[in-house]
Design a protein around this ligand. Structure first.
Ligand code: MEV
Length: 313
């Protein structure tokens, strides 16, 4: 039996902008997806998805998940016409848009194949194979999600628009920073939302350039603020990033509402995270007690799932 796991993630700065080569900062969270590979006597492969998920999530992602697995098998040269196996997906990461569930499952699957077939892949090669899997979920992934899912921790990431390997570095803050994650319960299609931004960008490049110029300043200031552990500044910049994502038209009423509730209940800053138009938001909390207070307020505001986590160590 081969096993593997991949971490969930929260993007602190830079969803969508990262697709166009701007830097992003994301944190691996402690929840994981696990994959367990068992050989079977028949030929072919089966994926059994036992992950906890937002209503409708798995149905919406079904075809993409199939395409993703085929991409991974092709990339790793694994042919199931003369042997067979079943992969079971499980773990404590609840599938919701924005939490990196697709990337976490790709990384877990690659690691289970690596384990079972003794492929000898190192993390860099696991990440490359998971990136091929991510292409099944959306044609042009930046590579941010699979990188954070593979390595965990807090990551500064820049995509190479020339097709080369991304530049990324792990950031250690030396202290845990509290984060609350809440889901709108709406499953977004990354391929559709990224595609919509692309069309708008192509029709109005000046519109995109002016927003991304402002974002570029936010992410660089965000990196400094994180290194200095300047929580008020980080929060302010997260709020600014949310505004820019609203301008990019990827937020929505439900996300804006949860962001407002979090800010009114003690969050130092809050923003949508991931694809948007549904999915998740994140809120920065000054301490654990306030994180609980924010989480309770978000639950009352009808967030469909709420999780307290931390990053930075
Ligand atoms: C999705 O988690 C993040 C996006 O920026 C897409 C990507 O980076 O590939 C929206």
């Amino acid at each position: 039996m081969g096993t593997g796991s991949g971490k969930g993630k929260a993007i602190l700065f830079g969803e969508h902008f990262v697709v166009y080569g701007l830097p992003a900062i994301a944190a691996g969270i402690s929840s994981v997806t696990t994959a367990k590979l068992t050989r079977v006597r028949s030929f072919g492969h089966t994926l059994v998805d036992n992950r906890l998920a937002m209503p409708g999530y798995k149905e919406k992602k079904y075809d993409e998940q199939k395409a993703s697995l085929e991409n991974i098998l092709k990339h790793l040269n694994i042919d199931t016409t003369r042997m067979g196996f079943q992969i079971d997906l499980e773990g404590d990461l609840v599938c919701a848009s924005g939490i990196g569930a697709s990337a976490a499952s790709c990384v877990a699957i690659v690691r289970s194949l690596n384990d079972e077939f003794k492929l000898g892949l190192n993390d860099e090669q696991v990440n490359e194979a998971a990136y091929e899997g991510e292409k099944g979920y959306h044609g042009t992934p930046s590579g941010l999600d699979n990188t954070v899912s593979t390595y965990g921790g807090l990551v500064w990431f820049e995509r190479d628009l020339g097709g080369g390997p991304p530049k990324f570095e792990k950031m250690k803050l030396g202290k845990a920073v509290n984060l609350v994650i809440a889901s709108t319960g709406i499953t977004a299609s990354t391929i559709e939302v990224v595609g919509a931004v692309k069309i708008r960008k192509e029709t109005d490049p000046k519109w995109f350039d002016s927003i991304s110029e402002k974002y570029n300043q936010v992410v660089h200031e965000g990196k400094d603020a994180l290194i200095q552990l300047d929580l008020p500044k980080i929060g302010k910049l997260m709020n600014k990033n949310h505004e820019l994502l609203q301008e990019l038209t990827v937020s929505c009423e439900e996300l804006d509402h949860l962001v407002k509730v979090a800010r009114e209940n003690g969050a130092i800053g809050a923003k949508m995270t991931g694809t948007g138009r549904g999915g998740n938001m994140i809120a920065l909390a000054p301490d654990e007690a306030t994180a609980k207070q924010i989480a309770e307020a978000l639950e009352k505001a009808r967030a469909v799932g709420v999780w307290i986590t931390s990053f930075g160590l």
